[in-house]
Design a binder for this molecule. Structure first.
Ligand code: NDP
Length: 396
């Protein structure tokens, strides 16, 4: 029977997922793209028709409302829901999936709209409900989280008896020509970057001030770049699933200009998430800032340069110490040429499509709520090479 796929969210990532599902429509069957603003879905559907020659349907939905979602799911009867709206919608979409018996996938873990804190607790708590409904939930199938988790599982499976140290290294060396813009949703991006850092060592979490720890990493095809320690969500599941781990950290590159803009915005209160009164209206500063900043989906056309995201792992094999570096390089202009999105959306959307493809093809399938590293990494790694995200391994 022809499969039915529902994608929720028509931003930069949703555009890539829709394109890539259409390009693999033997696996995805009838595709519907739904989002809050239907005109954005219609534009993407038209571009897909023009470039890929595949028709996809569109719909409007408020994904904060479980009732609206249930009505839509009952109309479409999807086999899978790919959630690439915002992390705030994770729980409502998961609950609607349980109600309708539909598999679920996302790329970012639940974030409380009013506490600037993200964690898996509420999503993991739905494991029983997913098992009872005999459906699968795959969490964090983007690049980081997502491919980085799969890289760790691949390193564990093929290169180590025990991994002791992991550094996740995320470099976006793209230049969009604006003085300041974020390359994915500004509210999510700025909340993540301006929060305290955190890493895990000797069984406990250690908190750092924002941007307190820096290292210079030499990224292949990019060069040496300042990389700052941040907290990032994949570490929460990796510390549970990678055996023997002693330390895991996450680093992201930032240029001086980005950091100066961010500090200035923070100092004047523009990153605030509490409502403030302005001329008789209530506004949330970071949401107002999002209105002023360029839409990340519009950056694609202007962005040049490369991304390089990978993991450096050190551990033991056959009693000897060894290290490996697994990484993937993407070119912003090449991504835009293929699917009309820059590399940050591309490197998130392609793994979302791959995770969903493996689920629909029953290659990765079991009921309950799972993280990426809990599955055999090999079929995912093969698909990365086929679907536009080729990777490299360096052994030391
Ligand atoms: P955008 O802001 O570009 O797009 C989000 C889309 O979701 C918009 O189309 C928006 O609608 C829609 N949306 C928001 N709220 C609702 C709602 N209540 N109901 C229905 N639709 C809604 O974000 P991105 O595409 O950049 O990011 C998408 C997701 O990918 C985010 O969760 C982000 O955290 C995640 N991500 C994950 C990465 C990874 O590597 N794992 C990396 C980058 C992003 P509207 O157009 O009306 O505003």
């Amino acid at each position: 029977m022809t499969k039915k796929t529902l994608i929720i969210g028509a931003g930069g990532v949703g555009n890539v997922v829709a394109f890539k599902c259409a390009m693999n429509n033997k696996s995805f069957g009838d595709i519907t793209l739904a989002s809050r603003t239907i005109s954005k879905c219609d534009t993407i559907a038209k571009n897909i028709k023009d470039r890929v020659g595949v028709d996809i349907k569109t719909a409007s939905v408020d994904a904060d409302s479980v009732d609206e979602l249930v009505t839509l799911f009952n109309e479409i009867k999807p086999d899978i829901v790919i959630n690439v709206a915002l992390p705030y919608q994770d729980l409502s979409i998961m609950d609607a999936c349980v109600e309708c018996g539909v598999d679920y996938l996302d790329t970012a873990n639940y974030e409380h709209p009013d506490t600037a804190k993200f964690e898996y607790k509420e999503q993991w708590a739905r494991d029983e409900a997913f098992k009872e409904a005999n459906i699968m939930g795959l969490l964090g199938s983007g690049f980081d989280p997502g491919v980085t988790n799969v890289f760790c599982a691949y390193a564990q499976k093929h290169y180590f008896d025990e991994i002791h140290y992991i550094d996740i290294l995320d470099c976006n060396d793209g230049d969009h020509g604006y003085p300041f813009a974020t390359n994915f949703n500004p509210e999510i991006n700025l909340r993540e970057v301006s929060a305290n850092g955190r890493y895990w060592e000797d069984e406990k979490w250690i908190e750092t001030k924002p941007m307190e720890i820096k290292q210079v990493w030499d990224y292949p095809e990019v060069g040496k770049r300042d990389s700052y320690l941040l907290y990032h969500e994949e570490m929460e599941s990796l510390v549970k699933h990678i055996k023997g781990l002693k330390r895991i950290r996450f680093f992201m590159t930032f240029g001086e200009s980005y950091l100066t803009h961010m500090r200035c915005l923070e100092n004047v209160g523009m990153l605030g998430i509490e409502e403030v009164e302005h001329n008789g209206c209530k506004i949330v500063p970071i949401q107002f800032l999002k209105t002023l900043l360029p839409d990340p989906a519009s950056l694609g056309e202007r962005t040049k340069g490369k991304t390089n995201i990978g993991i450096y792992a050190k551990g033991i094999k056959d009693g000897k110490e060894k290290s490996i570096y697994i990484y993937q390089v993407s070119d912003h202009e090449k991504c835009y040429k293929e699917v009309m999105s820059q590399a940050v959306s591309y490197t998130t959307g392609v793994p979302a499509m791959i995770g969903a493809k493996l689920m629909l093809e029953n290659i990765w399938h079991k009921s309950g709520v799972w993280n990426m590293e809990q599955f055999d990494p090999d079929p995912f790694m093969e698909e990365l090479n086929k679907q536009g995200l080729p990777w490299q391994v360096i052994e030391y």
